[in-house]
Design a protein around this ligand. Structure first.
Ligand code: TRP
Ligand code: SF4
Length: 332
C-alpha cells in the first residue's frame, strides 16, 4: 500500500476550517493508504518557543479533535513529532545537503518572516529553527519514505522543496532509496470566518469543533449577511450574503440551499431566522463528533495512550529507515 504522511502543528483546539479543509480528507485517505498522521510540536516551537505553558495541552486538544472526528488509530498511525526523535537526526543529515538559498527562497517561509517582521519586536523571532522549517518538514516526510503528502495549497511549496532535497540526497549518495513524495491537494470546501476573512484562531472569527451547540448558535448569529439588506422583508441577495449563505452551501443539502435562496430573494426569510436554522444545521453535523470529544475530554489517559502507542509504532519504522539512511551516507 502506498504511504502518506501529513501533520498539523499543535495549535490547540481546531476549528471548522481545519475540519473541512484537512481532517475530512484524512477520514477518506485512512481507508485507502497507509497513513502517518502526526502532531507537529517542534514546528509549533519554531514560532512559539517562548510560549510553552500550553504546549502539552495543545497537543492533546489536537489529538482529541482528530479522534472525535473519526481518525482511527487502528487504521492510521497517529503520533507526536517530538516522540520520534529519529526525525531530528534525519533533519541534521538533510540540513547538511540543503543549500541555504533553497530555504531562503521558500515562499511560505518568506511570508512567515514578513508577518513576523511587521509585528513590533518580533523580528528576533526569525530564528535558525524557523529557517529550517521546510527542512524539518522534509525530514517528517522522508522519515517514512512517503509517496504522498496530503496538504493545503499553502504547503505545496514546502513539499516541492522536499522533492528537491530528496533528489539531491539520492544524487549525492548515489542511491534511489528515497521516494519523491508528491503533494496531494486536499479536496475541500474552503470555509471563511464569521467576518468573511480567512478563518483563523487568532482572528476571533472561528467556530471550534469543540464549541458547544449554544456557543456555535451564538457565533453563527454574528455571521455577516447581505450588508445592503436593511429590513427583514426586503428582498435579499444570497450571492452577496458574505458568510451565512456560503455556510448554507457547505452545510445544507441542495434542496435546502435552493429554499434559502428563493425565500431570501423574495424577502420571505429574515436573516435572524435564517441564521438560527443555519446554526442548528451546523450543530446537527457536529453533534456526534462533539459527543465523542466529550468522552476523550473525560478520559485524557485514553488519548495519551493512543498517542504513546502510535508514537512507538512510528518510531519503530523510523528506526528502520534511519538505519538504512546512515548506512547509505556512510555514518559510523
Ligand atoms: N507545516 C504544516 C502546516 O503548518 C504542518 C506540517 C509539518 C506538515 N510537517 C509536515 C504537513 C509534513 C505535511 C507533512 O500545516
Ligand atoms: Fe443571507 Fe439568509 Fe439573510 Fe438571505 S436571509 S441574506 S441567505 S442570512
Amino acid at each position: 500500500m502506498q504511504r502518506m504522511v501529513s501533520g498539523m502543528r499543535s495549535t490547540g483546539k481546531l476549528h471548522l476550517g481545519h475540519y473541512l479543509g484537512v481532517i475530512d480528507n484524512w477520514l477518506k485517505l485512512q481507508n485507502e493508504y497507509e497513513c502517518y498522521f502526526f502532531i507537529a510540536d517542534w514546528h509549533a516551537l519554531t514560532t512559539k518557543y517562548d510560549k510553552t505553558e500550553t504546549l502539552k495541552q495543545d497537543v492533546l486538544e489536537v489529538a482529541m479533535d482528530w479522534l472525535a472526528a473519526g481518525i482511527d488509530p487502528e487504521k492510521a498511525t497517529i503520533y507526536v513529532q517530538s516522540q520520534v526523535p529519529e526525525i531530528a537526526e534525519l533533519h541534521i543529515y538533510l540540513s547538511m545537503i540543503t543549500p541555504q538559498n533553497w530555504v531562503e527562497r521558500d515562499p511560505t517561509l518568506k511570508d512567515m518572516a514578513k508577518i513576523l517582521k511587521s509585528k513590533e519586536g518580533m523580528a528576533s523571532q526569525i530564528n535558525y529553527g524557523l529557517m529550517g522549517y521546510p527542512v524539518l518538514m522534509s525530514a517528517d516526510i522522508m522519515m517514512f519514505n512517503a509517496d504522498f503528502v496530503p496538504v493545503g495549497i499553502d504547503q505545496v511549496a514546502h513539499v516541492e522543496l522536499t522533492r528537491d532535497i530528496t533528489r539531491r540526497f539520492n544524487n549525492i549518495y548515489n542511491t534511489d532509496f528515497f521516494h519523491e513524495a508528491q503533494p496531494k491537494l486536499n479536496e475541500c470546501s474552503l470555509i471563511c470566518g464569521l467576518d468573511g476573512n480567512k478563518m483563523g484562531k487568532s482572528f476571533n472569527n472561528d467556530i471550534k469543533i469543540s464549541d458547544t451547540a449554544e456557543v456555535t448558535a451564538k457565533k453563527v448569529m454574528s455571521a455577516i449577511t447581505d450588508r445592503s439588506r436593511m429590513r427583514k422583508y426586503d428582498p435579499g441577495h444570497p450571492e452577496d450574503c458574505e458568510v451565512a449563505f456560503k455556510y448554507w452551501k457547505i452545510f445544507g443539502s441542495e434542496d435546502e440551499v435552493e429554499t434559502v435562496r428563493c425565500e431570501c430573494e423574495k424577502g420571505a426569510r429574515g436573516c435572524a431566522d435564517c441564521k438560527r436554522q443555519l446554526g442548528a444545521k451546523i450543530n446537527e453535523r457536529f453533534a456526534q463528533i462533539r459527543e465523542r470529544r466529550r468522552y476523550y475530554e473525560e478520559h485524557p489517559e485514553v488519548v495519551k495512550q493512543i498517542l504513546a502507542d502510535g508514537s512507538a509504532k512510528a518510531r519503530k519504522e523510523a528506526q528502520n529507515i534511519l538505519r538504512e539512511v546512515k548506512n547509505i551516507i556512510g555514518m559510523y
